[in-house]
Design a protein around this ligand. Structure first.
Ligand code: NAD
Length: 334
């Protein structure tokens, strides 16, 4: 029996990870720590809320006292640290919130596990702390090339800078204190429970309500898309077999220009919820985001080579699953 702490477990990736982990590990205890910001939703976890194997704690990672108490009382085997402020546009308007949640929050967690004697020699059991970071820490790519684990950190938004800072704290925790930590860099996720400020739910919800679909610039920016279940499977594997002190890139090997994603979703919408007009008529090009990175693309060959993982979900089917979920949950995130 393992006891895992999932920070940010009421958010998008956190909810998917928590529900999947609960189902696939019937012996394990799960604790979710989440501040429940606008992006966190306790209802996402209602299917497991009454289980004796599950506990929810509402707390702010920036509150060092609370974090120390939770870590001391929890005696966790592993921590999947996903809690973060995660929206680039918001970070441009209000960077200090990102510094508190993403940098101070991560520093507090690392301090707390150090205080509980994680790391160094003489550990009688495997303990592991995974920092779920992002490919955005590497900045932007031109038309060619991929981000590897060795790529230099060159964040271009306050969000990416805050995640990169947290990555550096995680690295220092390994080098200085031998804390058993891993950082991951994943590409853009999509799937159920994603807050409708991110590109894919924005497009789907605009189609459902007949609102305009805003597309930055000419929609030529390129992102690598991964279904959230594939990301969660990679994280689960790292909990079991990831090497402390290592960095792992996680990607879908699935690059799309934003405008092509918009067109694909409009076509799938037509199949799943036929409309008399074309959903593509809703597309509107809007002023580009300042400092908008042109392209992200991930080399996840280390995950394949060392752990046998690669993204396996069919992209079109996963996108249809996602669209169906938003059709079936029109009131989300109320
Ligand atoms: N969504 C993506 O495409 C993507 C890609 C790569 C990495 N990531 C990383 O994965 C993690 C999860 O992303 P997401 O898209 O699920 O984010 P999200 O915004 O949907 O969820 C974040 C969760 O963290 C909680 N939270 C925020 N600040 C907190 C604080 N101070 N204390 C405690 N809880 C707090 C929120 O309430 C929310 O439940 C983030 O660390 C993000 O940087 C996301």
């Amino acid at each position: 029996m393992n006891k895992v702490l999932i920070t940010g477990g009421a958010g998008f990736i956190g909810s998917n990870f928590t529900l999947g982990y609960f189902k696939n590990n019937p012996e394990d205890q799960i604790v979710v720590l989440d501040k429940l910001t606008y992006a966190g939703r306790r209802k996402n976890l209602e299917a497991i809320a009454d289980s004796k194997r599950f506990r929810f704690i509402q707390a702010d990672l920036a509150d060092a006292g609370a974090v120390n108490r939770i870590i001391a009382e929890g005696d966790f085997d592993s921590i999947v640290h996903m809690a973060a402020e995660s929206h680039v546009d918001r970070s441009i308007d209000e960077p200090s919130v990102f510094i508190q949640a993403n940098i101070v929050g991560t520093a507090n967690l690392l301090d707390a596990i150090r205080g509980e004697g994680w790391g160094g020699d003489g550990q009688s059991r495997r303990r592991i702390f995974i920092h779920v970071s992002t490919d955005e820490v590497f900045g932007s790519l031109p038309a060619e090339g991929l981000f590897t684990e060795e790529s230099p950190i060159r964040p271009n938004s306050p969000y990416a800078a805050s995640k990169a800072s947290a990555d550096l704290l995680v690295r220092a925790a390994w080098k200085t204190h031998e804390l058993p930590v891993i950082s991951t860099h994943c590409s853009n996720n999509f799937g159920p429970y994603q807050f409708p400020e991110k590109l894919i739910p924005v497009i789907i919800r605009a189609c459902l309500s007949g609102a305009e679909i805003p597309v930055y610039g000419q929609g030529l920016n390129i992102r690598d898309w991964i279904f959230v279940d594939d990301h969660c499977a990679a994280l689960k594997l790292l909990l079991e077999k990831g090497r402390p002190g290592e960095i792992y890139n996680i990607g879908g090997n699935n690059e799309w220009r934003n405008i092509d994603i918009v067109n694909l979703i409009c076509e799938l919408m037509q199949e799943l919820k036929p409309s008399s007009g074309s959903y593509k008529d809703l597309i509107r090009f809007v002023s580009d985001r300042p400092g908008h990175d042109f392209r992200y693309a991930i080399d996840s060959s280390k995950m394949k080579r060392t752990l046998g993982w690669s993204a396996s979900k069919c992209f079109r089917e996963a996108m249809a699953t996602t669209i169906r979920w938003y059709i079936d949950n029109p009131r989300f995130p109320e």
